[in-house]
Every structure is written in structure tokens, then in C-alpha cells.
Design a binder for this molecule. Sequence first.
Ligand SMILES: Nc1ncnc2c1ncn2[C@@H]1O[C@H](COP(=O)(O)OP(=O)(O)OP(=O)(O)O)[C@@H](O)[C@H]1O
Length: 263
Amino acid sequence: MTDITIDHVTKNFAIDGRSVTAIDDISLKFPSGSFSALIGPSGCGKSTLLRLVADILAPSAGKITIGGTPPDEARRRHEIGFVFQDASLLPWRSVMDNIALPLEIAGGPIGDGPRPETLIRLVGLSGFENAKPAQLSGGMQQRVSIARALVLRPKILLLDEPFGALDEITRQRMNMELLRIWQETGTTAILVTHTIGEAVFMADQVHVLAAHPGRLVTTIDVDLPRPRALAMLQTPAFNHLENAVRAALFGDELKAEPEPAHG
Ligand SMILES: Nc1ncnc2c1ncn2[C@@H]1O[C@H](COP(=O)(O)OP(=O)(O)OP(=O)(O)O)[C@@H](O)[C@H]1O
């Protein structure tokens, strides 16, 4: 069981001598094996929240547990996989060697962790084992970074806008792939996104955040069946959920009348 619990977590940063509250007393639970999305305006603390879970940052107050243990223990046990918006691959290394890098750093495979060859197949990059990152498209580079995040067989997968830089069509295809990989690996996944449709399409639960200070507005349960299919994007149920997320994001702004046109 690898559920993630965020219990009354606050994170302050010091900027120019003053304290900025990036996260203000957020409590959340991510059930084991679930897929959750975090959505909210720029600066609401989405990336900070992921970094706290990943033990890249420490909370100013409150407590985070991953499968009942603190994030630093989970990190040391290689239970956390992280995919950033930028694939950040080493340009001089091949696809295979980029994926194998965490194994080299860890000193070998963890338990019955997947072999890089298996992951290359899983992310659909067979035939590109020896290619260098510069020879790949943006979507292919992100596939490499997902495979690299999975090579130590993490129990949780943290995704910080992994496909934000991709065009709409590639992004939708990558999302379908990501869901397949998530289901095959059985990880607990948290996705940061700016896109309402993407949050609803991917997640079991969408957590809506507000900024200044970063706080939780509401959580919307997505009861669409799995596996998700592109045809769902056009259903009334999907639109209804998108509207619920939009209402939570915009609040009263949605009710405002348009300004009359001048001229
Ligand atoms: N390392 C840092 N040092 C100081 N302040 C930081 C740091 N990281 C984040 N912040 C501040 O914390 C707040 C939340 O930032 P964060 O990057 O988590 O937001 P976000 O929701 O991911 O934004 P975006 O959608 O624009 O990526 C911002 O006010 C930001 O200035």
C-alpha cells in the first residue's frame, strides 16, 4: 500500500527578506494506486507540493507520509519517480544509457526492477535505443524521461506538467500512453497540469488549488470508467466534470456579464 498523506502542510519561502507562503495548511490524501491531478493558477504551489512529496523540499509545518513513512525514507528506498516538464536528458548519452543512469547511481537494479530494454518497449521507443536525445522529438524525449523515472521501480510517480511543451495532438496521445503505463506499473500517480480537460481525462480525483497563499479549494471525484478513451471527451458526463472544475477555479468570475462592446 503506497498511499500519500499530506497532513496540515505549510511551506514558506524567504524572498527578499520577506516570507512568502507557497502552501498554506493543505491536507490531502492520495490513495494507493490512484491517479490524481493538481490544478490551479500560476503560483498556487502545485510544483512546491510535488517537491515536498519528493523530499526535494521540506515542509515548514505539517507532515507528509508515503506508505506510512517519511518522504526521505521513501526516497532512499527509491520509491519516488519524478518526471519534470523538461525531459532533462544527458545529451551525450544514448536513450538506453539515459534510462539506465539511475541504476548506475544506485549501484544496480532494485529488487526485481524492470530492465531498461523492457522499459524502452513499455514507452514505445523500440528501435531508438542508440539514438541521442537531439535526434528525438519532444514527445519521444519525454518518453525517455518517463522510462528513466520508472527504472528503479518506484511506487509513486510524480509528474510536473510532463507534456506541457507538446502540441495538443501529441499531448493527448502521450496522456493515453501514460495511463496505460500507470495501469501496468500500478503506481500512485500525481499529475500537475494547467489544463482542465487533461485533469478530468487522466485523474480519479482532481484537487483544485488557489494562489496567494496556495490552498486547497475543493476536490472533484471523477467517476468516468477506466480505461479512459478519447470518445469520452465528447460526452455530457465529461463536460459536466470539466464545468465543475472550471467553477471551482473561477468562482464568481464565471457569473460576470461580458462588458458591452464599444464602437
Ligand atoms: N525555491 C523557491 N524559493 C522561493 N520561492 C519559491 C520557490 N519555489 C517556489 N516559490 C514560490 O512559491 C509560490 C508557489 O510556486 P510554485 O512553483 O509551487 O507554483 P505553481 O503552482 O507550480 O506555479 P506554475 O503553475 O506557474 O508552475 C510562488 O509564489 C513562488 O514564487
